[in-house]
Design a protein around this ligand. Structure first.
Ligand code: F6P
Length: 545
């Protein structure tokens, strides 16, 4: 029998990095930053993006050792295996091909020996045709009125990514122009409050409901779908479903059973993971209905450009690879498991909620790809808020409390321009002054205060961050940004040698919720307290009752 492959933590590359921590710990970030050559080596410009890693606690030796780690973990061949459609999601026996959902029409990406790009474009063409009709008034509601409002019903990966992109585009001038007179809302939570918020003020006669669920079995989404159907049919009759409800799913059989004509369903494939599905019909259908095809084509092209870069650029200048390796350095070697996502752009307010799922659902794992317990903790704790709002909330902890590596994301030209007469700088300049100042303040050691306040006002600095600058925030760069973070997360998982593409942990909660649903329904029907047992302990039973 073949000997099991050693864990990545047993390789010389891992051990060399562990030893290297001592060197780095002796060097203050302020001193690292005084070395201009080092800084140059850590600033990368590609695809119109500017990535500055010079404020990370790394030097050229760290970079070299991280490259060795990439090699020891066979990062290159794992990335290739992903793009080649190999079944790298071993526990579900699936390929991981979200990159195919934004492939150019002439690209060839195969799964099981078949080029999947023509199928991808078949769905994209169908979306374009349908959205053109709805937006142009060729597809109207049962009472003949144009459908100007869309409610997208879905949760998790069938919600967070599309919401992120929608929020990023809703203030962008070209996208604003192409969505004039239209509204896109999301319904995710099964909480009746979310139902009320999503439907409030909407007229069923002018509303199209899009049910988005990869499996078409997710309890919350299916209950919300039934609620929306009842809302529509109560006013417009049962025949309204055909005109006012469409679906996005891999399970077209269940779509039909629900009562939606499969002709009005937009498919995707089991090789697209939920949290990686924004560029499939999951995101592209509702967003094309809102913004039109031209905007969404640019979004897909941006993500595709980042995919090409990820696959082909040398590791030393590969943006997602560098971001992934540096985050592994922080988490696994420097003992810094959290990361703050800090976009200085209000339109990126839903970046952190989306990346939380992409990162934590992917890499929150305790065993390696073969099921062997990991000898280290994988995964990253992600959170964030746009600047400057975050500065007035949790930055205190980042400055003088715990050390939390930060991703500062800035936009060179704002989507909007406000420059008040009499002010010395524009609003965007004011925002960017904070962007530059915050990264600087984390690196410095400073204290210039009266004696008794010194301990309170001392900043030890030495806190790592990276800065990422986008020329502007438009459909194309939103696509780039999305793919950049998706691939960064994949790099972490490839290095840790875990399966970033399954999510068995989430399933347990679903099973228990379902058990409780049965028991609570039973108790309500018989007007009695819920009985314990069946895996439900005293604490749960007592609280329910
Ligand atoms: O939250 C767990 C999860 O399984 C996610 O991975 C997925 O994105 C979400 O549920 C929704 O699943 P579906 O698209 O099948 O409704």
């Amino acid at each position: 029998m073949a000997k099991p492959a050693p864990s990545i933590a047993e390789t010389p590359a891992w051990k060399a990095l562990q030893e290297h921590v001592v060197d780095i710990e002796q060097t203050h970030l302020r001193d690292l930053l005084s070395d201009q050559q080092r800084c140059e080596a850590l600033i990368k410009e590609d695809l119109g993006l500017y990535l500055d890693l010079s404020r990370q606690r790394v030097n050229q030796t760290t970079l070299k050792l991280l490259m060795d780690l990439a090699e020891a973990s066979q990062l290159r061949s794992k990335v290739e295996a992903m793009f080649r459609g190999e079944r790298i999601n071993e526990t579900e026996d699936r390929a991981v091909l979200h990159v195919a959902t934004r492939a150019r029409r002439d690209q060839v990406i195969t799964e099981g020996g078949k080029n999947v790009v023509p199928e991808v474009w078949e769905v994209l063409d169908k979306i374009k045709g349908f959205a053109d009709k709805v937006r142009g008034g060729g597809w109207v509601g049962v009472t003949g009125k144009p459908l100007t409002n869309v409610v997208a019903v879905g949760i998790g990966g069938s919600f967070l990514g599309p919401l992120f992109v929608h929020t990023a585009l809703s203030t962008e001038p070209r996208a604003m122009a192409s969505s004039r007179g239209r509204e896109l809302r999301f319904l995710a939570n099964v909480d009746p409050i979310d139902v009320a918020t999503a439907l409030q003020g909407l007229d069923p006669e002018t509303t199209l409901v899009v049910i988005i669920s990869k499996t078409f079995t997710t309890a919350e989404t299916m209950l919300n779908a039934r609620t929306c159907r009842a809302w529509l049919t109560a006013q417009l009759g049962p025949e309204s479903v055909a005109k006012h409800m469409v679906a996005v799913s891999t399970n077209l059989k269940l779509v039909e059973e629900f009562g939606i004509d499969p002709v009005n369903a937009f498919g995707f494939w089991d090789w697209v993971g939920g949290r990686f599905s924004v560029c499939s019909a999951v995101g592209v259908l509702p967003l094309t209905l809102q913004y039109g095809w031209d905007v969404m084509a640019r979004f897909l092209a941006g993500a595709n450009a980042m995919d090409d870069h990820f696959r082909n650029a040398p590791l030393e200048s590969n943006l997602p690879v560098l971001m992934g390796l540096v985050s592994v350095w922080n988490i696994s070697f420097m003992g810094l498991p959290a990361r703050a996502l800090l976009p200085y752009c209000q339109a990126l307010s839903k970046l952190a909620p989306h990346i939380q799922q992409v990162s934590m659902e992917s890499n929150g794992k305790g065993v390696d790809i073969k099921g062997k317990p990991l000898p280290f903790e994988a995964g990253e704790i992600d959170f964030g808020e746009p600047g400057t709002n975050g500065q007035h909330s949790f930055y205190q902890l980042i400055h003088q409390g715990r050390v939390i590596p930060c991703d500062f994301i800035g936009i060179v030209r704002s989507q909007q321009s406000v420059y008040l007469k009499g002010e010395t700088v524009s609003n965007h300049d004011e925002l960017m002054c904070n962007f530059f100042a915050q990264a600087t303040s984390l690196e410095l050691r400073s204290a210039s205060v009266p004696d008794h306040l010194v301990p309170h006002k001392v900043f030890t600095g030495n806190r790592p961050s990276l800065s990422l600058l986008l020329p502007e925030l438009n459909a194309y760069t939103v696509g780039q940004l999305l793919a950049l973070y998706e691939h960064q997360v994949a790099v972490q998982g490839f290095v840790w040698n875990i399966n970033s593409f399954d999510q068995w942990g989430v399933e347990l909660g679903k099973v228990l919720a379902s058990k409780l649903r049965t028991k609570i329904a039973e108790a309500r029907t018989n007007s009695r307290f819920m009985a314990g047992s069946d895996g439900l302990n005293y604490s749960t039973t007592r609280m329910v009752n």
